[in-house]
Structures are given as C-alpha cells and as structure tokens.
Ligand binder design. Structure first.
Ligand SMILES: [Fe+2]
Length: 293
C-alpha cells in the first residue's frame, strides 16, 4: 500500500518538477548517471547520443539485413496471418540467433565498445525482437504508435535496425530529440493522456527514420519522445530491435552474458531482464543510486 502511494507520488512529482514524463526517482538517478558519463564524451557519436538522445550509426549493414530477411522468408510465406495482425513477432530460431549474435558481437563491436566506454560500464543485450508492423486505424494505439517516453533509466538504449528501405509509407519510427522533447513537455502536455502529450503542430524538430536497409539508429528512449508511425494500407515495416543495458557488474564480459539464465527474456519478447536492470521499483532506488556512484 505504502509502496503504491510512494510510486504514485514519485510519478506526480517528476511531472510537476521537471519537463519529462519520468518519475522523480528516475530523473534523479539519470542526473547522477549523466553527470558521471558526460566526462566520457570522446567522439561525435557520444556527443550526439548525449545531446540529442539518439544517434544514426555511420555505417550500413545491408548484407546482415539480407541474411535476416532470407531466414524469415519461410515464415513470411507460410503464415498468411502475418499481414492481418497489427504486429507480428517472427520466431527467432537457432540460425537467426546465430546471425544476430554474430552481428552484435562482431559487426557492431566498434559501436558496442564505444557505448560501453561512454557509460564506463559493461553492457549487455536484454531483449531482441524481430517484427513486422502492419497498417491499423490511426486513432488506436496498438504498437506504440502514439508519442511516448519509455519509463526506464538512461542506462537503457534501443537499437533499431532497418530490414528494408524505410519511407513515409511503411511507417518509419519518429524520434523527437531530447531537448525538443523537453521544450514540448510543458505543464499541460505532461499531464495529458497518453497519445496527447504532443500535438503535430507543436513539433519543430524531429527525426524520421527514412533510412536505408541495413541502417541502424540508437536511441535513449527515456529522454526522447518517440513513436512508430502507422504504415499505409498494404504497406508494412520490418525491423530488428535490440535492447541494450549498461550496468556496473564486473562479471558481465559478453553481450549475451545473461542468456543462460534469461534466455526467454532475451529472445521471446519478454522485457523482464531489461526491467531488472533499468526499471527499478521504488524499493530498489538506493541500490541503483549506489551502482551509478
Ligand atoms: Fe517506446
């Protein structure tokens, strides 16, 4: 009961005191974290990730996208329902797991090393999803198609990998840079209902992922309002999403360190591992405060 009251107060005070949708405890923890890592800015991508809350990786991996596409072709051809659901999660079999693991461990090694250096902490993959998003009625929220902030700590990043060329028809992801997010979240907007945090005409600056197949965007989704646009009729978007968490546990020596104990959480769309390390309940706040010290 007390926990529930404190959680509610935490949420309300966060919105009252700061231009964000995060609870007060997360804002204070993030401040501690960002203060610690701001000295680590040593590259343009660090700077962009820190200042804008997102960064476009300056390299294309279209061959990996082709390899993943080839491996999901059988499921695409054999399952006629895929096109009719708002979102379809592809089954990630052993062969796909290998492709994704090799991609993250070897092709993305330079990015992973940079992120780990930036946070000055080991990093690990907490969740992998491979999904197709189809057309829906714009007025309903079925797949995060309304602008929102993810209620996580800033040690949690999303990596969006395009499996085909993106354009305005196939529902690209839209990200509002962190400073613009703060500008938009005035008192009225912060207390609006989900879906109404921001009106179209209020946005002065945004990034629309109209990038090519094989491009990758990294986003600190707790700092940037973001949404998945809705694909037009008969259009869809295929994307690989990786959730990355930075946490000061010296035992973490591999991106898939937690796979043995959290296999389901990583590969079957279960966000519990990400939550354990970057979405603490009110009772765990001090543990995280010490971890980020
Ligand atoms: Fe989100």
């Amino acid at each position: 009961m007390l926990g529930k009251i404190l959680t509610k107060l935490d949420q309300i005070f966060g919105k009252i005191m700061f231009r964000t949708l995060l609870p007060l405890s997360y804002i204070l923890l993030n401040k501690k974290l960002y203060k610690k890592i701001q000295h680590q800015i040593s590259s343009k991508s660090h700077y962009q990730l820190f200042e804008d809350g997102y960064v476009i990786v300056d390299k294309n991996f279209s061959k990996i996208a082709d390899e993943i596409n080839e491996k999901i072709t059988i499921e695409k051809n054999n399952n006629s329902e895929i096109k009719f659901k708002p979102v379809h999660y592809f089954n990630i079999d052993e062969s796909l797991k290998n492709t994704i693991k090799n991609f993250t461990k070897y092709d993305l090694k330079f990015i992973m090393d940079e992120i780990s250096m930036f946070y000055k902490m080991p990093i690990f993959i907490a969740n992998v999803t491979l999904r197709k998003t189809n057309h829906i009625n714009n007025n309903e929220e079925k797949f995060n198609n309304f602008f929102h902030n993810d209620i996580y700590l800033g040690n949690h990043l999303k990596l969006f990998f395009n499996l085909h060329d993106m354009n305005s028809k196939n529902g690209p992801t839209v990200i509002i840079p962190s400073k613009e997010t703060k500008r938009i979240l005035n008192f009225k907007n912060r207390f609006a209902k989900r879906g109404l945090f921001v009106q179209k005409d209020e946005i002065k600056e945004k990034f629309t992922n109209n990038l090519k197949k094989g491009n990758l965007v990294i986003c600190n989704t707790c700092e940037c309002l973001h949404k998945a646009s809705v694909p037009e009729i008969n259009e869809s978007r295929d994307i690989l999403t990786l959730t990355l968490v930075a946490y000061p546990d010296k035992n973490i020596n591999d991106l898939f360190y937690h796979e043995k104990n959290f296999h389901n959480e990583i590969w079957n769309g279960n966000s519990n591992l990400a939550k354990k390390y970057s979405k603490p309940g009110i009772t765990k706040i001090f543990k995280f405060y010490n971890a980020f010290s």
